[in-house]
Structure formats: structure tokens, C-alpha cells
Ligand binder design. Sequence first.
Ligand code: NDP
Length: 243
Amino acid sequence: MSLLRGKVVVITGASSGIGETAARLLASQGAHLIIGARRVERLEALASDIRAEGGTVAVQQLDVTDLEQMQEFLKAAQSRFGRVDAVINNAGVMPLSPLEALKIEEWNRMIDVNIRGVLHGIAAGLPIMKEQGFGHFINIASIGAYEVSPTAAVYCATKYAVRAISEGLRLETAGQGIRVTLVSPGVTESELAESITDNEAREVMKEYRRIALPATAIARAIMYALEQPDNVDVSEMVIKPVI
Ligand code: NDP
């Protein structure tokens, strides 16, 4: 029997890419899911597919930049399934550009979704996990959490922040039954690059995308962390394409 059977897993940003693929994989292993994103029609289509395969899933519209919506999302998981085993803070945006282009609205959007969104997931999930005495945060960072590349200064800054926050959370929750996993993908097939408005950055990404990993590679890493026994903390995973 799958080790994930009956685990209650909350996924942000499940309407495409890594989040969607993780939802399909985890549901196929018997996890009970609640999936969130802004494009609720995409979530409903995904949920129909999952249910048709015999999976268990609830859908909720979610903007991770709104703390109240995140709290409602976690409360919905708790009241529907009775507990929360894991929160996958996956939602993210990546409108890359050189700093000198001064795309300040795009910087702010990355900060809001990639950093505040993860903090909101923690703010909503941590009280529930502390009360339960168990729980697992899986925060999706990037190889950009380890090194900076041109046009990606702000994006990388947000992912460095996710790495720092994850490590701080691990240290501060020691002894409370709460685990923290940082998953850092290299370039992966998804819709992430579609928000790039800067021509130079878009061209660079096209080159990278030739070697992109399938999103299943990241979904399997997430599944690996979730399948471990309670006394095993998978702290960090970096998954890169072979070049
Ligand atoms: P996608 O663009 O395919 O998916 C991003 C998801 O985030 C979508 O479901 C989107 O849903 C959601 N999202 C964006 N903004 C918000 C918001 N304000 N509130 C709620 N959900 C939101 O990209 P990926 O699957 O690639 O991205 C998933 C994660 O993986 C991100 O954190 C990204 O930074 C990270 N990553 C991706 C890499 C890659 O090469 N693909 C490499 C390294 C890291 P909606 O628009 O419906 O709200």
C-alpha cells in the first residue's frame, strides 16, 4: 500500500506545471488533496481528472498574496479532511528582466507571490501543525536559491528568501514534529516563463527550455519527501537537468 494513502496534502499553485503534476501524482498514490490557485476553472478540470481516476480532491480559489484567503484555504482542508499533513508552498511567478529595466511592478509581484505567499502558507499552516503536533512544509524554491544569473536578480532574491525562511522554520520548530523540505528545481517544463515581458530574458529562457526537465521529475522529488517516516527530515533537494 502507498505510504501516502490518506495523507492530507495542501498544494498552492496547482493549476499548471509542477503543482498540477504533483497533484496528479500524489492523488494517484492515495493522498487526499486540497488544491488552490487563481484560475479555478483549471483546478476544476484537474479535479475532474483526479476523481475520474478514483482520487480524492477539493478545490478552492486562492490568491497566495492574501493572508485571509490562505487561512481559509487551510481551514477548508482541516474541516474537510480533519487534519493537515503537508503544505506544499509551490505558487510562484518569474517575470525576469535586467534590473536597469526598472520593471518595479514585476519585482513587487515576485516579492508578493514568491516570498509573502510562502510566508502566508506558513502563517496559516503552522498554528494547525503545532496544535496537531505534526506537519510537513514543502517549499518550492529554485536553483536560483543558490546562485544568481543575469536578469534573475529579483527572482533569485525571492528564492534565496524562501531558502532562508525554510531553514529558519526548520530550526525554530525542532522538537515539535514539524518537518521542512526545500525543493529546488532547475529549469522545468511549465508555464512559468510565459509571464516574462522582457525580450532579452525571454530569449535566454528559450535556450534553457530546450533542456527542461519534465514536471514529473519535481513531482517525484516531492513525493519522496512526503513518503518518509515521521523521523526522517528531507531538508533540501536540488534537481537539475543533465547537461
Ligand atoms: P507555472 O507557471 O506552470 O505554475 C505556477 C503556479 O503558481 C500556477 O498554478 C499559478 O496559478 C500559481 N500562482 C501564481 N500566482 C499566484 C497567486 N498569486 N496565488 C495563487 N497561485 C498563484 O510554473 P511552475 O510550475 O514552474 O512553478 C511552480 C514553482 O516552481 C514556482 O514557485 C517556481 O518559481 C518554481 N520553479 C520552477 C522552475 C521551472 O523551470 N519551471 C524552476 C525552479 C523553480 P494561477 O495563475 O492560476 O494563480
